[in-house]
Ligand binder design. Structure first.
Ligand SMILES: Nc1ncnc2c1ncn2[C@@H]1O[C@H](COP(=O)(O)OP(=O)(O)O)[C@@H](O)[C@H]1O
Ligand SMILES: Cc1cn([C@H]2C[C@H](O)[C@@H](COP(=O)(O)OP(=O)(O)O)O2)c(=O)[nH]c1=O
Length: 219
């Protein structure tokens, strides 16, 4: 069974860059590895709807619970694709997976109700939608100022022309997201790895970050 490795973090943490470097590193080391990015905006009905609301094109505010269902639906609709990739690979690297849903929706409600919502989302994804838990999640710990700079450097997104989408534009939200990831990681240290992506606020080389993640994988 393929190892499910999820790369997590706030917007602009460098997830896409680190995930790509990680797949390259694993393949160079003789392992079969593939990258899957969520949301899959162009491939699923859930992903398309997510793009609409991130671009601010949905007429009404979407509740955190409704958003969680769309993100989970996107993964549910991807099951066949994941199964096919899992059969052909030793490691599936995810650029965001289930914990993104918990950290981001949990950041939209009062902090005292966040744990309850995050537990509800975990149950929604693994119970109602029957999705597989990742074997490991990696929290890319990137300072807010560095992330903002990284977001501004990002390539054009399929769903919006804006530099910052609805979530990215909200600094308070991004801070709460980081705090939620830290809480998830410290609650289950055996399922999480926290990786600092900067040294003295200078970005580490993607290959370096990838090497640290790969070194912690079971052989
Ligand atoms: N380790 C790094 N070193 C230098 N630049 C980086 C690094 N990680 C990301 N970047 C820059 O930031 C941009 C956004 O990074 P990306 O990996 O897409 O972030 P995320 O997927 O977390 O939103 C990239 O296009 C790249 O220009
Ligand atoms: C996958 C996923 C993403 N998100 C959020 C995090 C991001 O702010 C947003 C978009 O994901 P993101 O990975 O940032 O896509 P892109 O870089 O192409 O814009 O969706 C969730 O809330 N739940 C999820 O399950």
């Amino acid at each position: 069974m393929a190892f499910y490795l999820a790369i997590e973090g706030a917007d602009g943490a460098g997830k896409g860059t680190a995930s790509a470097a990680l797949v390259q590193h694993l393949v160079a080391g003789g392992r079969r590895a593939a990258l899957v990015s969520f949301p899959r905006y162009a491939d699923t009905v859930g992903g398309f709807a997510i793009g609409e609301f991130l671009a601010g094109r949905m007429g009404r505010a979407v509740t955190p619970q409704a958003a969680a269902v769309l993100y989970a639906l996107d993964r549910f609709e991807s099951r066949d694709r994941l199964q096919a990739l899992a059969a052909e690979n030793d490691v599936l690297v995810f650029d965001r997976y289930l914990a993104s849903n918990m950290a981001y929706q949990g950041a939209q409600v009062e902090s005292d109700t966040a744990p309850e919502l995050m537990n509800w989302i975990a149950e929604l994804e693994t119970g109602s939608f029957g999705l597989r838990l990742p074997d490991r999640s990696v929290f890319l710990d990137t300072p807010a100022a560095v992330s903002r700079r990284f977001i501004a450097q990002k390539h054009q997104r399929s769903y919006t022309d804006r530099t910052f989408d609805e979530y990215e534009a909200d600094d308070g939200l991004q801070d709460r997201v980081r705090a939620n990831y830290r809480r998830l990681a410290s609650a289950e240290p055996s399922r999480w790895q926290v990786v600092a992506t900067t040294i003295n606020d200078q970005p580490r080389a993607p290959a370096d970050i990838a090497g640290e993640i790969a070194a912690a994988l079971p052989r």
